[in-house]
Design a protein around this ligand. Structure first.
Ligand SMILES: Cc1cc2nc3c(=O)[nH]c(=O)nc-3n(C[C@H](O)[C@H](O)[C@H](O)COP(=O)(O)OP(=O)(O)OC[C@H]3O[C@@H](n4cnc5c(N)ncnc54)[C@H](O)[C@@H]3O)c2cc1C
Ligand SMILES: NC(=O)C1=CN([C@@H]2O[C@H](COP(=O)(O)OP(=O)(O)OC[C@H]3O[C@@H](n4cnc5c(N)ncnc54)[C@H](OP(=O)(O)O)[C@@H]3O)[C@@H](O)[C@H]2O)C=CC1
Ligand code: HEM
Ligand SMILES: [Fe+3]
Length: 469
């Protein structure tokens, strides 16, 4: 193909010799990367099965057969799917000593026993294989999407080869992240295949919670009045019931953020050591606390929005007016109750303060903010203020329940109000946490976390061959 000069390199320095890079494969990714590299001043040679057919290629690039192209450069980017790698074995001689950049992804996690990059290294043992670029999509390269991730994970066994690939990454305006030897390729190849892994469990859990509490409230507030009083209360499905389900989900999820911490503490106390791994379910739970917390914050937001509209609701205005008229007709006055005023104001005040701290927790979890605070400050906000948030939100709900809390009149078909059930987990977490911070228990826990063990495996006497008492 004739070399044209339509694409002018943006960063070409006339005193520098253009570096030639070879790209194998003229598909979507090869083309996008080639165009980008041409614009950044590289000389690009494509390797293709049909050099003549490749008409869509960026102007300025040369297209040759695979073996001819390979001779033009000592860096070759393999923009081919793994399934078609076998032909590379025929080129082992020309590829000897060259840097091969594996950009490939698979369709599924664990599709093959070894990573694609390691497989490539086995096929062409004389080459230096470097894994890179697989987390950048052809689309992001083409559209120069600023919002897409600009991080490129790089790994490889030859540090010089890796360095040269990282230089290319940098010159494209992307950020290379050295992940070490080629053994890391497996992990790097899994990144683009993960679909919100840390969000899955919190997401399903909140869906289950919402569905459960929704039907629970429907039974109590729509079906029951219909069966016993023949009243149509279906309008409650729009605001009243969501404004129970959302705050209840928020409170329960918030408590579930702090529950694994107390379970972990109990396990450590029971085992008398911190040097034993937590069970997998607990580990995973601990790792997705941030996501649980953020979903909880979302529900709390909804609760606040739904609460704001209470005064403009027709049903609420109708009830107020009717009550006033009924009192006027009966010539009855309801005396002002200071205790009710106190209860009502304090539960709303605690809700507002709780919500404020909730938002603060959410803000500190933004990477730009958490990068600005040190580890102790972050723990202070997340752990101490987090517990304060839980206390305030639990108290908000307890005081809201007030005197009706467990009164038999609020039972419907023996079912207590939904918020009574919602209080079980938060209260349990707070009670256990309170026990854990009692000085005698806290002292032991702190010692365990500093490395002390109740039954040390490697005590001096055991090391000396004596039995440990
Ligand atoms: C809106 C919102 C946003 C959130 N954002 C984030 C976030 O960005 N990042 C995040 O991580 N969490 C986030 N969370 C979750 C939560 O706030 C944190 O995980 C918080 O640190 C949990 O506090 P904790 O006291 O329960 O746990 P921790 O202080 O982590 O302690 C839990 C357990 O770990 C063990 N442990 C603690 N220290 C040690 C030690 N030195 N050695 C051995 N074991 C130890 C103990 O068993 C302890 O009980 C968020 C929550 C919410 C509500
Ligand atoms: N598309 C994307 O956004 C991304 C892709 N990748 C990776 O880049 C690599 C290429 O992807 P992409 O460009 O999308 O794929 P395409 O299917 O669009 O292109 C693959 C190219 O491989 C070449 N090839 C060589 N041998 C064969 C063969 N036997 N059968 C078919 N094609 C062959 C072909 O080029 P020719 O006809 O010139 O020989 C073909 O154009 C893959 O490993 C992919 O995982 C990584 C990140 C993102
Ligand atoms: C600005 C902040 C807040 C305000 C103004 C507020 C206000 C209210 C009001 C008015 C109610 C009664 C609703 C009704 O009568 O149906 C209520 C109930 C409730 N709130 Fe809040 N709240 C706030 C924040 C929170 C937060 C952050 C949580 C928990 C995470 C929470 C949890 C609850 C719960 C569980 C209920 C009981 C739901 C029910 O069963 O009716 N609230 N809140
Ligand atoms: Fe593709």
């Amino acid at each position: 193909m004739e070399k044209t000069t339509d694409v002018l390199p943006l960063t070409m320095n006339s005193s520098e010799k253009q570096e030639t890079v070879c790209i194998f494969g003229t598909g979507d990714f090869g083309q996008s990367l080639g165009l980008e590299m041409l614009q950044c001043g590289y000389s690009i040679v494509f390797g293709s099965r049909n050099p003549r057919m490749s008409s869509l290629l960026p102007n300025g690039a040369e297209v040759l057969s695979y073996s001819e192209a390979a001779q033009k450069s000592d860096i070759i980017i393999i923009a081919i799917h793994r399934e078609h790698y076998d032909f590379l074995t025929e080129l082992t001689e020309v590829l000897n000593g060259k840097i091969l950049v594996d950009v490939s992804n698979n369709l599924k996690i664990k599709q093959y026993p070894e990573s694609n990059a390691e497989y490539l290294a086995q096929l062409v043992p004389g080459a230096h294989v470097v894994k890179a670029f697989n987390t950048i999509s052809a689309w992001a390269l083409q559209s120069r999407a600023l919002d897409a991730s600009r991080q490129v994970f790089v790994c490889g066994n030859d540090s010089k080869a890796k360095q040269r690939v990282m230089d290319i990454v940098r010159s494209l305006g992307l950020t290379p992240l050295d992940k070490g030897s080629l053994m890391a390729a497996n992990e790097i190849e899994n990144y683009p295949l993960q679909l919100f892994t840390m969000w899955k469990f919190p997401f399903y859990l909140s869906a289950v919670l919402c569905v459960f509490f929704f039907f629970y409230c429907v039974i109590r507030e729509v079906i029951y009045p219909y069966v016993y009083e023949k009243k149509d209360r279906t309008f409650r499905l729009a605001i009243s019931i969501p404004n129970r389900v959302f705050p209840i989900a928020a409170l329960t999820l918030l408590a579930l953020v702090y529950l694994p911490g107390v379970i972990a503490a109990i396990l450590q106390l029971y085992r008398g050591t911190k040097y034993r791994r937590f069970p997998d379910w607990l580990d995973h739970w601990m790792l997705c606390r941030k996501q649980l917390g953020l979903i909880a914050l979302g529900f709390a937001f909804l609760h606040v929005l739904y609460t704001l509209v209470i005064p403009i609701r027709y049903y609420v205005r109708w009830t107020w007016t009717n009550r006033t008229i009924a009192q006027a007709i009966a010539k009855k006055e309801s005396p002002f109750s200071t205790s009710t005023a106190w209860l009502s104001d304090s539960y709303v005040a605690m809700g507002m303060l709780g919500f404020f701290l909730f938002v603060l927790l959410g803000i500190t979890s933004l990477p730009s903010v958490s990068n600005m605070v040190n580890w102790r400050e972050f723990r202070f906000v997340q752990s101490k203020l987090g517990y304060l948030t839980l206390i305030l939100c639990t108290a908000h709900t307890l005081v809201y329940g007030g005197k009706r809390f467990l009164s038999p009149s609020s039972l419907v078909w023996y079912l207590p109000s939904a918020y009574v059930i919602a209080l079980i987990i938060p209260c349990t977490v707070l009670v256990i946490k309170f026990i854990l911070i009692l000085p005698c228990i806290d002292k032991t826990l702190t010692r365990i976390r500093e490395g002390w063990e109740r039954n040390p495996k490697f005590s001096e006497s055991a090391l000396n061959g004596k039995t440990d008492i």
